[in-house]
Write a protein that binds this ligand. Structure first.
Ligand code: NAD
Length: 504
């Protein structure tokens, strides 16, 4: 069912369609679904109910090797890498259309797998993923080489060529979208891909791979190996015939990618990793109510399981009390945890019980560190079966506290008061992370200075989370190296070749 029709469904219909959903749980290698070599399985669990929704192939290094061989064979054959650009574009566009046409299926799969509200999938993840394939499809015939200015006896031209086999390792917080951000540029540049989805959210990757073939994509170009990070992910990152790992996930595992590269074939690595995004609200905020609504959305959207979750809320002491009071009101009105298959639900469960325990653990840490729990802090009543945590806010937070320094990856905001904006920028930069930041001010000079001085890959002024496909997405410092979306990303899955001719 397409996006438009799916958005009109009610709770009963979402449940009915969800109960009828059939999952493909095998690997997708060389154009076919195949069982794992050893036949091992792992469970995919619905975090809203705790029920097992599927038993998924648990791959190993042998399965990874088969997928890489298929990807290499396809790459060398030129069936995709040398396809006429316009033909490759047409397949990318058809693929984007098929994602939209299968909106309901994608929405239900990711909602059941990782708990996000089904309407978030239909309003954001599905259209955003389709647009990603469209955007990178549009770039295919814009990849150009260069002829340089040389002496009359010499002639140099520089080709820009695909890398070969790109391994894409992605997290569970936006399963379809993160996979799209990695796979789309790699395919657009002519590479073959082996995608390793997160074990918490394995199922939408298989539907993607199947639809790529339906769109006319050749066998072997888009492969999926299912399994655990330390098994399949590690084997992919250590593989001697993978040219690049394009990674999104935690900073800890992102660092391992660089180690694996050094231990194997020095493959290229780009990483999009964690964050501890500051949202700075100055006293001359142009519209206080709007800023508060954005701040609420910034920390509680997607259950706070967002790399750029605005988890450090820096508020001018002059407006602090009013801010915290209104923040609570708006949070209550905007984010009520519930059944993610109910279209009125704005907050689902966390991805699993492990993540719930981790987030509740941080709430305990915050209390012990002396921060003031303003609201939330517990499992919501009546939702004990699922992995839920209520929207939570601490005030009186000091930036050296663990709840201000460590990525919680859940719906836990920390309010830090400041007296001068220079102090706020200092606090904002006092972090190992540097993915994103926002500042709310009516002072245009301050806006520009803050945008210049804040150490982050993305800075929003008087908004939060705005952007489109042209926006480079990626971090400073330990938030990773490399960028997603944007044209620059395309270059990171290509390499230049200098051809130098002596004309005699
Ligand atoms: P994670 O690092 O645990 O896992 C990410 C992926 O790596 C998964 O597919 C996992 O199976 C795999 N993996 C785990 N161990 C591995 C190993 N030893 N070798 C190879 N692969 C391995 O992260 P997560 O918990 O799935 O996702 C949450 C993290 O992702 C957060 O830190 C979040 O900030 C980050 N994230 C960043 C961005 C961004 O754009 N910067 C976007 C989304 C999520």
């Amino acid at each position: 069912m397409n996006l438009e029709d799916a958005r009109k469904l009610d709770k009963k219909s979402f449940h009915k369609y969800a109960s009828k959903l059939k999952f493909e749980t095998r690997h997708f290698i060389d154009g076919k679904f195949v069982d794992g070599k050893k036949g091992k399985k792992f469970e995919s669990i619905n975090p809203a109910t705790g029920e097992v929704i599927a038993e998924v192939a648990r791959g190993d290094a042998g399965d990874v090797d088969l997928a890489v061989k298929a990807a290499r064979k396809a790459f060398k054959s030129g069936v995709w890498s040398r396809m006429a650009p316009r033909d490759r574009m047409a397949i990318m566009y058809r693929f984007a259309d098929l994602i939209r046409e299968n909106a309901l299926q994608f929405a239900l799969i990711d909602t059941l797998d990782m708990g996000k509200p089904v309407m978030d999938m239909l309003n954001s993840d599905v259209p955003g993923s389709a647009l990603t394939f469209q955007f990178f499809g549009e770039t295919i015939d814009k990849i150009e080489g260069v002829v340089t200015n040389t002496a009359a006896t010499e002639f140099q031209y520089i080709l820009r060529q695909p890398l070969g086999v790109v391994g894409c390792i992605v997290p569970w917080n936006y399963p379809l979208m993160m996979a799209s951000w990695k796979v789309a540029p790699a395919l657009a540049a002519g590479n073959s891909v082996v995608l390793k989805p997160a074990e918490q959210s394995p199922l939408s990757a298989n539907l993607m791979a199947k639809l790529f073939m339906e769109a006319g994509g050749p066998a072997g170009v888009f492969n999926v190996v299912q399994g655990l990070g330390e098994e399949v992910g590690k084997a992919l990152a250590l593989h001697m015939d993978v040219d690049k790992i394009s990674f999104t996930g935690s900073t800890e595992i992102g660092k391992l990618m660089m180690v694996y590269s050094g231990q194997s074939n020095m493959k290229r690595v780009t990483t999009e990793t964690g964050g501890k995004t500051p949202q700075i609200i100055t006293a001359d905020v142009p519209d206080m109510d709007m800023a508060i609504q954005y701040a609420v959305n910034g920390i509680f959207g997607n259950q706070g399981e967002v790399c750029n979750a605005g988890s450090r809320i820096l508020v001018d002491a002059k407006i602090h009390d009013e801010f915290v009071h209104k923040f609570q009101e708006k949070a209550k009105a905007s984010f009520l945890p519930g059944d993610p298959l109910d279209p009125s639900t704005t907050m689902g469960p966390l991805v699993d019980k492990g993540q719930q325990k981790r987030v509740l653990g941080y709430i305990d840490i915050g209390k012990k560190e002396g921060a003031k729990l303003e609201f939330g802090g517990a499992v919501p009543k009546g939702l004990e079966k699922g992995a839920y945590v209520a929207p939570t806010l601490f005030s009186g937070v000091k930036n050296k506290m663990r709840i201000a320094q460590e990525e919680i990856f859940g719906p836990v905001g920390a309010v830090l008061p400041f007296k001068k904006v220079e102090e706020a920028i200092e606090i904002a930069n006092d972090s190992i992370y540097g993915l994103a930041a926002s500042i709310w001010t009516s002072d245009v000079n301050l806006a520009h200075k803050a945008a210049r001085d804040i150490e982050a890959g993305v800075v929003w002024v008087n908004c939060f989370d705005h952007g489109d496909m042209t926006q480079p997405w990626g971090g400073f410092k330990q938030s990773g190296m490399g960028r997603d979306k944007c044209l620059e990303t395309l270059l990171t899955v290509t390499q230049t070749k200098s051809v130098w001719m002596h004309l005699g």
